[in-house]
Design a protein around this ligand. Structure first.
Ligand code: KG4
Ligand code: ZN
Length: 356
């Protein structure tokens, strides 16, 4: 089964073609990602209107390139999948409407994919792992620990009460005058800083639940920075290192709690899976590895380009759903909000009128 996938929920315009064999193996035939990072850099974050317009301008070409790279014509694919949310609604509408047009003209099934579901299933494309596994999803918009029990069977074990981890990295970078996106900049500065210089809080530590809270950490960092301003280069590096160390400690503690809950409810997971842009951070990867080892499981971290937003994960999620006979009607609605645990494999998606 061959599926075209389209991703436009944030600041990447992406399309890919993926094949799923009847025994459930995945193969990427193409994967084209155009980052809008330069368009948004001057604003220190993603501007929804600019993002939607950039998707409109680029998407046709990105899809054409994905088809060309795969060496396929539209007649040769078995379905079209698009991220139908959650995300910035302007971009979501662009991608989903384009997918609907292709599905209609080519008479192919349409699959409306939850963007988080696509992140959740990527490890099956890259590593072929079996259910159930524990997913740590950490991006600019989401920080969640989930039990992935089957296609369409997702249970949220923990989430953030306020900021996402990537968002906290981005805000820290902005506060310290570093560029956007902030995560990689903070990581680079942290590498030459002293993680013990500032005593920052570890919010939610030792709680039984697996939830996160990062806004207090961000505020504590701002107060420390204001107290010693103007900041020297070394101050910036030390603040970044202390911040990153606090996040690492929080991730260790919260993931242990999440894995404990997982084991109590569903038995041992087949793996701990990392997803989302934050998994690019080497210190965070190291702590994930350590937690997996300590709790007797293995870490599966898909390659970086598949951890961040891409079309292959959408195409793959589409293929997994199509393989179960699941597709959507052409009036399926784009959704700005769409919690992952609201999905059930066989449940119909809301129609257009319900998209607010
Ligand atoms: O998954 P992603 O590409 O996009 C979505 O948010 O959906 O994640 C982007 C987020 C940004 O907040 C970015 O700062 C963060 O991931 N990020 C990092 C690193 N690279 C990207 N955070 C910490 N360290 C990094 N090396
Ligand atoms: Zn994402």
């Amino acid at each position: 089964m061959i599926v075209l996938g389209i991703e436009t929920t944030c600041d990447e315009t992406a399309a890919a073609v993926v094949e799923r064999t009847p025994d459930g193996r995945g193969r990427m035939l193409s994967n084209v990602v155009l980052s809008q990072v330069n368009e948004h850099a001057a604003f220190g974050g993603v501007v929804p209107e600019i993002a939607a317009r950039a998707h409109v301008e680029a998407l046709d070409l990105i899809i054409a390139k994905a088809m060309l790279d795969a060496g396929l014509a539209f007649e040769e694919i078995d379905g079209v999948a698009a991220a139908a949310g959650p995300g910035l609604i302007g971009g979501v509408i662009v991608g989903l409407t384009t997918a609907k047009a292709i599905a209609l003209v080519q008479d192919k099934p349409l699959v409306a994919i939850n963007h988080l579901e696509a992140h959740a299933l990527t490890a099956r494309l890259t590593d072929g792992i079996a259910f159930p596994y524990c997913l740590f999803l950490a991006s600019g918009g989401h920080t969640q620990i989930l039990a992935i029990r089957g296609v369409g069977d997702y249970v949220r074990l923990g989430t953030t009460m306020d900021d996402a981890i990537g968002e906290a990295f981005d805000k820290t970078a902005k506060l310290l005058g570093l560029g956007y996106p902030g995560g990689p900049q903070v990581e680079r500065e942290a590498a030459r800083g002293n993680p013990h210089r500032f005593a920052l809080p570890r919010p939610m530590q030792h709680r039984k639940d697996a939830d996160f809270s990062l806004s207090g950490l961000k505020t504590a960092l701002r107060i420390e920075a204001e107290q010693i301003a103007p900041l020297s280069d070394q101050d910036v590096a030390d603040l970044c290192a202390s911040f990153q160390q606090a996040v690492v400690d929080v991730v260790r503690d919260r993931l242990r709690a999440g894995l404990r809950i997982f084991k109590e409810q569903y038995g041992a997971p087949t793996a701990l899976v990392a997803a989302g842009g934050v998994a690019a951070n080497q210190a965070i990867r190291a702590v994930l590895q350590q937690v997996a080892f300590d709790t007797g499981t293995v870490l599966v971290a898909p390659p970086l380009e598949l951890c961040t937003d891409n079309g292959a994960m959408i195409a793959w999620a589409g293929a997994e759903r199509l393989a179960l006979g699941l597709s959507d009607s052409l009036d399926v609605a784009p959704r700005a909000r769409w919690p992952l645990d609201a999905i059930a494999a066989g449940k119909a998606r809301p129609k257009t009128a319900a998209w607010k």
